[in-house]
Design a protein around this ligand. Structure first.
Ligand code: UDP
Length: 505
């Protein structure tokens, strides 16, 4: 009798361990949030019960995707907590983006740090089997440990960037050159990659507040069960292996997550934006009138501010280039410092629209839809990791114009490792919320985009290689593909941990 009861109990335990419940905690900046949310949606696709914790201001950019998934019967929901009141911070300003006024960035950060206690309380109430949290929520490693559950840290960006960062930390190659512009080798990496001191993030060159933040990120990663990356083996597998070997940590490249979950037009059209910010659909009719691979897509992501002088250089470059383009330019007045020059940009816009040569997007571009349109033939990108992956998925070669964060390392992957990009030749890293003092000249931009969009041998080769990667991206998320297997393997591991815990109880 006793044996029968024990057997039933253990079968109940085994059954309970089969269902995983997770809490996801995205960091409130668009690009960090969307990759964590897309990953949560991948997990929910395979039956993991997901609660995403965030504040109302940040939820706006992804709630419609969650509603779609819930309507599809997937076990996923958002749990809202209110953003703390911070003296001097206008109500509703809860996220970091190109629209966050630089003088308020620290106040937003203050508000985000005040979320710690309410979120910890929620962790206790929701009682998940594991937590996936953005790298900047360093405290969540300890919070998970207190609950006796694994925390997976979502490391932003690429394996190559994290590997390069480690190389700089470990070998300080930038201290062994004579000048800021002398190239040095990043030691110990799978390929020979060269950078200059000016292209390294300032916090890597000299000690500042962000150096401490990155140190805390590293320490909290070491306390975590493992890390997740939005990446895939066929794209940067050598760096995935290198990263795991160098850090001795567990890590999974589970991407590309946006391709995995945003397969319907309804998903692609709303991704990453609140409804009031979305660009109306004129771009589609415009693109439909263009021939295959003839249009250049120009975008610098969700965080970038460019000076008016830089906008003017880009406009001249697009003029000299002479072919079709879509430029996600944002609202001029939010970009530039020098309002006086906006006259030029207005005139430029009127002219290219009249000539039916260009289309300027002022609102939030439905980037996934635009990139997959057959008329798009190439991308000018700042090498933000999401856009990098999205361009690769769409099979589009890139002209690279890195600006901040880990973007200079991503450029190395595209140009030097994979040969799917051509560098515009940016020389200087800068912070995300400043316009920077380097003005990239129109000649450099024209040279790169003409090569990219021309029919020369080099361009054709790039196109061929990126299309191979695009095919690989589509396969990696199918049953038997490497990202698919990694996700399934991770679930098995987490279920085994849960079972162990339940048996222990
Ligand atoms: N994005 C978009 N429409 C826009 C601007 C950006 O859909 O008008 C999306 C883009 O598809 C990408 C993300 O926002 O997924 C930007 O992330 P990325 O890592 O490329 O750059 P960041 O915003 O971090 O600079």
């Amino acid at each position: 009798m006793e044996t029968a009861t024990t057997a039933t109990a253990s079968s109940n335990v085994a059954k309970a361990a089969e269902t995983l419940r997770a809490v996801f905690l995205p960091f409130p900046s668009t690009s960090h949030t969307i990759r964590v949310v897309d990953t949560a949606r991948v997990f929910a696709m395979y039956g993991v019960d997901i609660t995403i914790i965030t504040t109302p201001g940040n939820a706006k950019i992804f709630q419609s995707s969650i509603d779609h998934d819930a309507a599809r019967g997937r076990p996923i929901r958002t749990h809202l907590i209110s953003f703390p009141e911070v003296l001097g911070l206008p109500q509703g300003l809860e996220t970091f983006s190109a629209h966050t006024p630089p003088h308020l960035v620290n106040l937003v950060a203050q508000g985000v740090s005040l979320l710690q206690e309410p979120i910890k309380q929620l962790f206790r109430e929701l009682n998940p089997d594991f937590i996936v949290s953005d790298m900047f929520f360093t405290w969540s490693a300890d919070a998970a440990a207190e609950l006796g559950i694994p925390r997976l840290v979502y490391l932003g960006g690429s394996f190559i960037a994290m590997s390069a960062r480690l190389s700089v930390e470990q070998f300080s190659p930038h201290t062994k050159v004579e000048s800021d512009s002398e190239p040095f080798l990043l030691p110990g990496l799978p390929h020979e990659l060269k950078m200059t001191r000016l292209q390294l993030p300032i916090h890597a060159r000299e000690h500042n507040d962000f150096t401490d933040i990155m140190k805390a990120v590293k320490e909290s990663e070491m306390k975590s069960y493992g890390s997740l990356f939005n990446s895939f083996s066929e794209f940067e597998g050598a760096y995935e292996e290198h990263y795991k070997k160098t850090t001795g940590t567990k890590s999974w490249g589970v991407g590309p997550v946006s391709l995995w979950v945003n397969q319907d037009e309804s998903d692609k059209g709303v991704r990453g934006s609140a409804s009031e910010e979305r660009e109306p659909e004129g771009w589609l009719t415009w693109l439909d009138s263009k021939t295959e691979d003839s249009v250049l897509y120009v975008s610098f992501g969700s965080m970038t501010k460019l000076s008016t002088s830089q906008l003017v250089e880009i406009a001249h470059a697009l003029d000299d280039f002479g072919h079709g383009f879509i430029w996600v330019v944002g609202k001029f007045e939010e970009n530039g410092e020098n309002e006086g020059e906006n006259g030029f940009l207005k005139e430029f816009e009127n002219r290219v629209v009249a000539e039916n040569r260009g289309y300027l997007i002022r609102g939030w571009a439905p980037q996934l839809l635009i990139l997959e349109h057959p008329a798009i033939g190439g991308v000018v990108t700042h090498c933000g990791w999401n856009t990098t992956l999205e361009s690769v998925i769409a099979g589009l070669p890139m002209a690279t114009m890195p600006l901040f964060a880990e973007q200079f390392y991503n450029e190395k992957l595209l140009v030097d490792v994979l040969g799917v990009g051509v560098s515009i030749g940016v020389k200087k890293w800068r912070n995300w919320n400043v316009v920077g003092d380097e003005i990239v000249k129109r000649e450099n931009i024209v040279k790169a985009i003409s090569l990219l969009m021309g029919g020369g041998e080099e361009a054709l080769e790039m196109r061929r290689r990126v299309r191979e990667l695009s095919d690989a991206a589509k396969k990696t998320i199918q049953p038997g593909g490497s990202s698919y297997n990694k996700v399934k393997g991770l679930f098995d591991e987490l279920k085994a941990l849960k079972l162990q815990k339940l048996n222990h109880k």
